[in-house]
Design a protein around this ligand. Structure first.
Ligand SMILES: [Zn+2]
Length: 404
């Protein structure tokens, strides 16, 4: 059987006052998720380990079978991959911002007025070669961007230039040890060149004329080495794909060798077309054996403290399931869960275990027909994130016997 893993980002939650003390999942009208629960089994999953607060990146890595304690090298590499840059093991990637500096070089806005338009035009000329090092630069969402260095002797042994506050000058990059000297030299030269290049961009002349904040400097931080990860398809002897809009998740999927089936126009937000994502996944399952779908709206609403919006987004997920996935449910293994909890009351990730649902034709049923955090205690499943691939593969009759 083929496998569909749906990850509602930040799904897990806690009792929320404005929902009469119910969790958003508990309060949501979700006939399709409940039908899947009734036909299958539910429970709780610790995305990494009990008490560890997962990031979306570390959690997705762990779910896919890549121990984050071994492979995770910081947000820089993962976000950089998500911008669409094709990175290689050994590259060093930084998280970057377009920022505004005044004529004295002092940072007046770390996010360049949260610039939205035209950043790809600003980013393009920042791709260059300094000495024998290739500099890759790509815009992300809003003011965010990725800066990548590729070449002999490039390391992460350098400081950041981001002063993390306005009213200060960007910091001089220094090597934190001997190995970082070349990288520091390249980064300082890049900063100097980027000021000249950005100042000359027509978009900045226009912003200057209109009294808007110029995107005339680049701040970067959080350098990390791009890890070399074993290919997912070879590792599990299957063909795999993904549907995701958010950079961090698509970057990870791409890094491990999942094929992109994301439809155009989907966003990593609450306004995304959930049905288009699920329809794309159903279509992808004709070609590949495993599809990961990430929908981000649950996490965004959680971070906003918007428990009611989270409940409504879950209801949209449920309706979209009814129009797509439910129609092929007897042919596939369906797993629905989250990558961590983002309780609306906490507005950030927490280590609370996340509800999980597993359903395939002929599977055991645990008799629980309501899918939520509270009823999860009555279900069969108690998993750690590192168990997930084993469970999915054996559910799909794709696992090998351990022993004779
Ligand atoms: Zn997440």
């Amino acid at each position: 059987m083929k496998i569909l893993l749906i990850i509602a980002d930040g799904l897990g939650d806690r009792p929320f006052g404005p929902l009469d003390g119910k969790t958003p999942l508990e309060a949501a009208s979700k006939p399709n998720l409940n039908a899947l629960a009734r036909e299958g089994m539910i429970g709780l999953i610790d995305p990494i380990l009990p008490g560890i607060i997962p990031g979306s990146d570390t959690s997705h890595l762990n779910y896919l079978g890549y121990d984050p304690f071994k492979y995770y090298t910081g947000r820089g590499p993962f976000e950089a991959m998500g911008t669409g840059l094709k990175l290689k093991g050994g590259d060093v990637a930084f998280r970057a911002n377009f920022a505004t500096v005044d004529e004295k070089g002092v940072v007046t806005d770390r996010r360049a007025g949260r610039i939205r338009e035209g950043t790809s035009d600003l980013a393009r000329p920042l791709n260059m070669r300094i000495e024998d090092v290739e500099v890759l630069f790509r815009e992300g969402t809003e003011h965010r961007a990725a800066l990548v260095l590729r070449g002999e002797g490039i390391t992460t042994d350098v400081s950041d230039n981001d002063p993390h506050a306005e009213g200060l000058k960007p910091r001089e990059i220094v090597a934190t040890n001997e190995n970082g000297k070349k990288t520091a030299r390249i980064l300082n030269e890049f900063y100097r060149l980027s000021l000249e290049i950005l100042k000359a961009q027509p978009l900045n002349s226009k912003r200057r004329a209109e009294g808007m904040k110029e995107a005339n400097a680049i701040l970067y931080r959080g350098g990390g080495l791009v890890p070399t990860l074993p290919n997912f398809n070879e590792r599990y002897s299957l063909k795999a794909g993904y549907v995701a809009a958010v950079a961090l998740v698509s970057g990870i999927c791409r890094l491990v060798g999942l094929k992109d089936f994301s439809p155009r126009g989907v966003t990593g937000s609450t306004d995304t077309d959930v049905k288009a994502k699920f329809a794309a996944a159903v279509e992808a399952l004709k070609e590949v054996d495993f599809v990961l779908v990430n929908v981000k709206g649950t996490d965004i609403a959680g971070h906003d403290g918007n428990g009611i919006g989270k409940k409504e987004f879950i209801e949209r997920i449920d309706r979209a399931l009814g129009e797509t996935v439910m129609k092929i449910r007897d042919d596939i293994v369906i797993c629905f869960t989250g990558d961590h909890s983002t309780p609306a009351s906490a507005k950030e990730h927490t280590s609370d275990p996340v509800p999980i649902l597993l359903r395939y034709h002929g599977c055991r049923r645990d008799g629980v027909g309501e899918f939520d955090e509270i009823n999860a205690k009555d279900g069969y499943l108690r998993l750690k994130g590192s168990d997930l691939m084993n469970v999915l593969l054996s559910s799909a009759n794709r696992a090998e016997k351990y022993g004779a």
